[in-house]
Design a protein around this ligand. Structure first.
Ligand SMILES: Nc1ncnc2c1ncn2[C@@H]1O[C@H](COP(=O)(O)OP(=O)(O)O)[C@@H](O)[C@H]1O
Ligand SMILES: [Mg+2]
Length: 365
């Protein structure tokens, strides 16, 4: 266990921004903190970095109380979306900076610094940029250099706050793979903040989903993708179709929907809500079915099919264009979800609820 965050709480004026965060980050782990804007990701990162202090809770690294330590003592590498490089320094000098300002005694000599910077430039594949100034770099190159600068001090924890947020999609994808490779060879414990789920899922060993100052769910990417623990996580991960169903002996039932492909679940009999991804619903022409296609929209490779029944239930399905040749507006269709997530009326699955929910009152006691 390296970094342990317990019951961490922070408010700004009357507004609680972190409401009892519990998270243990293992050595060498790459964690993605994923959540919408305003969910408290940056605030949490700033507290870990020692740029801000919590109102309550604990933060330790290998048993050492980090709340009693300054930012410098924690030895953290930081990369922000707009953490500007020093414009008057070359790439080489930017990367050397963290080492050259160390207190004497702890500072390598000039040759030692030059050697370490040279190795880092080669390792990060930015040797060719060494003598350029930041203004002569593309956005993607700047963030590679920013990572180099953060890594030069051999940080115990690397914190990245939406580092690729300002870059275009292709550059982001390239940098993501590059960063994953860098992490795999250095093993630096890393927390990567993003609001982009694709980025989080492709990059991280473990994804931590935040909402309104709390952790909704933490787990391996496929675990979270296949089994979102709360309605919030389900919606955030694209299960945007919500259908009221009735549970009976572990099966969900809804008029006009074929739910036999869904596995039985340990949920009490009674009303529940089924969350689905549009891409997990197959519409099949069926003259006897109660749903009718109301609209077909092409997004290029995909067709978006809107359907509704006489009771006003509206369902959106998304299918590859080639699978939709037989579908017409006005046509009756049977809808068959191949997978989905069911939540009992009023919320979270008991078995997957957070282990130790901390109430506001406890957090601020
Ligand atoms: N220094 C501050 N003073 C007052 N409110 C703040 C401060 N920093 C952040 N907030 C508020 O805290 C909430 C969470 O912000 P932040 O941690 O930046 O979220 P995220 O990084 O997930 O977008 C936001 O509502 C933001 O306006
Ligand atoms: Mg932020």
């Amino acid at each position: 266990m390296s970094l342990v965050i317990s019951h961490l709480a922070r408010r700004f004026g009357p507004t609680p921004v972190l409401r009892g965060i519990d998270l243990a980050v293992e050595q060498r782990e790459l964690i993605a903190l994923l959540g919408p804007s305003g969910s408290g990701k940056t605030t949490l990162l700033r507290i870990i970095a020692g740029l801000d202090w919590p109102d309550a809770g604990g933060l330790s690294f290998d048993g050492d109380d980090w709340l009693a330590r300054s930012a410098g003592e924690r030895r953290i590498g930081l990369v922000f979306q707009h953490y500007a490089l020093f414009p008057h320094m070359t790439v080489r000098d930017n990367i050397a900076f963290g080492l050259s300002v160390r207190p004497r005694g702890n500072r390598p000599d000039r040759a030692g610094i030059a050697d370490r910077v040279g190795r880092l430039l080669r390792f990060l594949q930015i040797e060719g940029l060494a003598d350029r100034y930041p203004a002569e770099l593309s956005g993607g190159q700047r963030q590679r250099v920013a990572l180099g600068r953060a890594m030069a001090i051999e940080p115990r924890v690397l914190l990245l706050d939406e580092p690729f947020g300002a870059l275009d999609a292709q550059v982001r994808r390239d940098l993501r793979r590059w960063l994953r490779g860098v992490h795999d060879s250095t093993g630096t414990t890393t927390i990567f903040v993003t609001h982009d789920q694709e980025e989080a899922f492709e990059l991280a060993d473990r994804v931590v989903v935040m909402n309104a100052g709390m952790i909704e769910q933490a787990g391996r990417p496929d675990e979270i993708y296949d089994h979102p623990a709360t309605p919030f996580v389900a919606r955030f991960l694209g299960l945007t179709v919500e259908v009221p169903v009735a549970m009976r002996a572990g099966r969900a039932e809804a008029a006009g929907l074929d739910l036999t492909a869904l596995p039985r679940r340990a949920i009490p009999d009674g009303p529940a809500t089924l969350f689905l991804r549009p891409a997990d619903i197959q519409p099949l022409p069926d003259p006897a079915a109660p749903f009718r296609v109301t609209e077909i929209v092409s997004t290029g490779a995909l067709l978006r099919i809107m359907a509704r029944d006489d009771a006003g239930c509206r369902i959106e399905a998304e299918i590859p264009r080639r699978d939709g040749r037989d579908l017409r507006e006005g046509q009756p269709v049977a809808l068959r979800p191949v997978t989905g997530q069911i939540f009992p009326a009023g919320g979270t699955l008991a078995a997957r609820a957070p282990a130790t929910p901390v109430t506001l009152k406890e957090a601020f006691a």
